[in-house]
Design a protein around this ligand. Structure first.
Ligand code: FAD
Ligand code: UDP
Length: 366
């Protein structure tokens, strides 16, 4: 198999590189994926009028104008602002925890007292990680409450360890918000591709210079590929046959259910930090406000990752960082192989960051 570029993985990282190399540089690309579809984890499909995200709810959000402009070349976006509620002490409260959550869970006088203590330490509108909040002795009651009711049990389910055993960046994703803003993300640009992610991905690679091969594992064809560059968005430890050790990952199981009624729950995502074995339930019709008599939901169950299964999350902690750095040093020695994406760079990237990195890898090519 011959092409100027070989790209392993047809997720957003691989698709972005394929698109740029073919459309901007006019170069040939062999794009392979071992799954039977493109899109990687953003793949979605139509179920009688509802676009279902096969690998869990995906909301595009970014503060980077450049990335927003880039994705808008391939799709218009439905202006959706994501909100999440969590079941805490029998009430559904906004997550990230904010002043509305506080006033829902506590009697008014108590909530007011806690609010004024918070505003003595933090500006209105600021965000503070739970690990930072715990450093304020005057706010010990509140931080202990949020830690216990929002973070601890969710994290035990999701990562099978306590928050202290993970990199603090994991919790900076969902900081306590000293505001009444119920949105999950405050990014300037947010939305869902109007025709879905898969259609957007198809447009990205609609160029005859790109040859797509699905159900094709890199290891099975590595010996017969002739190319000048490889862009690899699979797992970096797998690429090197685990010779420096296995990187840890977390996996997921999605239990999809169909309900013959208009809605199952009150919003697109409801978290269950303290109850059940699943962490959250996603209801897909909310994203594009689809009007159907039925609804599709997924129950998301975290699980350990074993070789041969889908890797959903890198596990950010000190040990994994050390193993990754060792692989990254090896990777640097390979001049024609570029590691990209969540698995190639072993980073807990959101979609916009994956695209931004892929664009920068493209711009830095000689
Ligand atoms: P992937 O999408 O994982 O693509 C990698 C591809 O490489 C896969 O298709 C895989 O099959 C293929 N591959 C791997 N190894 C090989 C091999 N050896 N040979 C051939 N093919 C191979 N981000 C957001 O911005 N907003 C969200 O709301 C959001 N929600 C998420 C929810 C969940 C449950 C998860 C798991 C992630 C979520 N993300 C979200 C993150 C988002 O999914 C990723 O940032 C993005 O999809 C990563 O793209 P990628 O190309 O790096 O990797
Ligand atoms: N988290 C939590 N409770 C919540 C939401 C998030 O403990 O209600 C923690 C948990 O450890 C989770 C992490 O914050 O894995 C990041 O949350 P995010 O929603 O960003 O996870 P993702 O959507 O990437 O799975």
């Amino acid at each position: 198999m011959k092409a100027k570029n070989c790209i392993v993985g047809a997720g957003l990282a691989g698709l972005t590189l394929a698109e740029r190399l073919a459309n901007v540089r006019g170069e040939s690309v062999l794009l392979i994926d071992r799954r039977n579809h493109i899109g990687g984890n953003v793949y979605d499909y139509d179920d009688e009028g509802i676009l279902v995200h096969q690998y869990g709810t995906h909301i595009f959000h970014s503060n980077e104008q450049k990335v927003w402009q880039y994705v808008n070349i391939f799709s218009r976006f439905y202006p959706y602002m994501h909100e999440v509620k969590a079941l805490v002490d029998g009430s559904f409260v906004p997550v990230p925890f904010n002043l509305n959550s506080l006033f829902t869970l506590f009697p008014a006088a108590m909530a007011q007292e806690i609010e004024s203590m918070l505003l003595q330490s933090f500006e209105y509108g600021s965000k503070v990680s739970i690990l930072e909040l715990q450093k304020h002795p005057k706010l010990a009651f509140l931080s202990q409450f949020i830690y216990e009711k929002i973070f601890l049990h969710y994290t035990l389910k999701q990562w099978q360890c306590t928050p202290q055993e993970l990199d603090s960046s994991v919790f900076e994703r969902v900081p306590v918000s000293i505001s009444r803003d119920n949105r999950y993300f405050q990014d300037r640009f947010q939305g869902i591709p109007m025709q879905g992610y898969t259609k957007m991905c198809e447009k990205m690679i609609a160029n005859p210079l790109i040859t797509l091969k699905l159900e094709c594992d890199y290891k099975d064809i590595a010996d017969c590929i002739e190319c000048e560059r490889i862009f690899y968005s699979g797992a970096i430890d797998e690429f090197f046959d685990y010779e420096l050790g296995e990187l840890p990952y977390r996996s997921l199981h999605f239990d999809f259910m169909r309900f013959e009624r208009e809605y199952f729950q009150s919003g697109a995502v409801i978290n269950y930090p303290n109850n059940y074995d699943f962490t959250r339930i996603g209801e897909y019709k909310y994203f594009l406000d689809s009007k159907t008599p039925h609804s599709i939901v997924s129950f998301e169950y975290p699980k350990a990752w074993h070789r041969g299964e889908e890797r959903y999350y890198p596990v950010p902690n000190e040990q994994s960082a050390a193993i990754y750095q060792a692989y990254a040093r090896k990777a640097n020695e390979l001049k024609n192989v570029h590691f990209i994406g969540r698995l190639g760079e072993y980073r807990y990237y959101d979609m916009d960051k994956v695209i931004a990195r892929a664009l920068s890898v493209f711009e830095n090519l000689a």
